[in-house]
Write a protein that binds this ligand. Sequence first.
Ligand code: NAG
Ligand code: NAG
Ligand code: NAG
Ligand code: NAG
Ligand code: CU
Length: 543
Amino acid sequence: MGQLRSTGMSPYSFLGLALFMALVAVTYAHLPIPAADLPTQCNSIERCCMPTPYKGKPAYNFEYKKFKKFNVRRPAHLLTKKEITRLEKAYTLMRALPDSDPRSLLNQMKLHCLYCDNALYYPGQQYPLEVHNGWFFLPWHRMFMYWHERILQKLLKDDTFTLPFWAWDNSMDVKPVPNEMPAPYARKGSSLYDEARNNCSFPPFLVDLDTAGGGCTTKTPDFIRIQNDRLQYTQLVVGATTPSLFFGLPYYFGDYGGKGSGTFEDQPHGTVHAWLGRQDAPILGPQYHPYDDMGNFGRAAFDPIFYPHHTNVDRIWCLWTHIPGGKRTHPTHPAFLNTQFTFYDENANLVKHNVSQALDTDLLGYKFESYPTPWMTNGVQAGRENSIPLCNPLSKKATESLISSTPKQRSTQVLLADPITFKVARPKKSKGTEVLEISGIHIPNKTAQAHWKVYLFYPNVSFLTGAACPEFAGTFNWIPHVGQVAYNPDRVWRMGVGPKLLQMGKDYVKSIVVTVVQTGFPLQALTFDSAKIIYDNSPEVEL
Ligand SMILES: *[C@@H]1O[C@H](CO)[C@@H](O)[C@H](O)[C@H]1NC(C)=O
Ligand SMILES: *[C@@H]1O[C@H](CO)[C@@H](O)[C@H](O)[C@H]1NC(C)=O
Ligand SMILES: *[C@@H]1O[C@H](CO)[C@@H](O)[C@H](O)[C@H]1NC(C)=O
Ligand SMILES: *[C@@H]1O[C@H](CO)[C@@H](O)[C@H](O)[C@H]1NC(C)=O
Ligand SMILES: [Cu+2]
């Protein structure tokens, strides 16, 4: 770059400047992630690289497979005896593959681990690839389920084999119970069983979608049913009316960790993981950490229940696109659509799969059997979604007086054991969805977890039961992975304020009153540089 410092602008220095500008443009351009060269690009301190030396054919580009009939993914708790036998056989075969085969269950675990745990380094990039905490969470896991299913089909020599889904989102009080661990996965000795699970995640315990420390809880089954429906209504319906809120924020090639997960990724998806993890897993062996298997990125996909969990995530994505209201599509940025991920296909060959080729399940050849989703209407009759009484009912006058007595948000306000409450002014209405954005999130110890929940107009909230209240507005999770280098300082937390205020009957207010409660352990001294209301115009989004 010596020429740039010379004063005369010779044709050569002009060329140098042009090259320099091009380089700057490339560095700051928002580029898609190119297909990783597995396994050579992997360098994982968790030892989750795929088997080396593994020599397959060169990676090929994915093309949709021709098919005659859709495969139908069925609820795991309603499988027939024959379907259970076939499912168990599939995992027996997968477990029997040698560890030199990238299709073995251990290597399927490693595949998930290497895409999120500080393992994939691109030449010239400083930070490893991360598919969580951002907009790739949904498409990457869809691809993973797709290739996992094709591998099982191949092992069974049966193209009609289809993964089941675990309907943990359904809280109906019926038998068999949809939101407990599906029976085939709970049977000791089965190929679907995993030892590293919380003892309170086995039947008859119901999934607590608001779990804090996993498994065991003092909540009653009736409370869990109500809570699960209502918190999903907030997280998946009113709180997720745009692609940016639901999928999460952009993640470009070279980024430093995720910029912010979608509502769905944090809760309920993340809480199902946390609920299953076994706190005392290290007693099982030196390879285990607390909350393995499902509670950690590194080992989650070793538990066969990972797969019906993620097919249910996939199903809820499909269902979400048909919920009326809002802009329920996928991100449309070229960096999203043209990102390619590398997988192992059913023949253990490498395949490059574009995100744009994972957005339509019809083209991928599968559907989901229909099963009720009471959370979509807040657990009540359709048309009465917003009839749930507030937990902190305030008259218009009391609301105004709460607003005037609440201080404005300050960056010096420290969130520790006591909740913090502040107000945020609403700007003039504009195009798009009204969203609360908290940015400049300081976590003093980034190798420890940090979790908080947000409520509107509810300063005296009890967070143990608060997620069942209409005032519940969202959740933030920072879950450091083993060996992770990156906490993205540009990470932000967002929630859809406009639709929430409508639900609460408070769209008239000029400021909102926000209460943040820290729910994690250990408690950290968290601060936020700024909390403001912005307008989300996704799918067009650049950050
Ligand atoms: C689960 O394990 C914990 C710790 O060993 C124990 O305290 C608890 O009673 C167990 N719960 C059940 C339901 O087995
Ligand atoms: C997939 O992505 C690559 C790299 O971004 C691009 O060159 C290719 O055209 C895309 N293919 C399809 C089918 O979209
Ligand atoms: C940060 O958290 C980790 C994990 O909880 C802990 O081991 C470490 O001691 C903490 N560091 C500091 C400086 O508190
Ligand atoms: C909060 O205060 C309101 C009255 O302002 C009361 O109705 C409600 O029960 C209180 N909630 C909790 C969790 O204390
Ligand atoms: Cu995952």
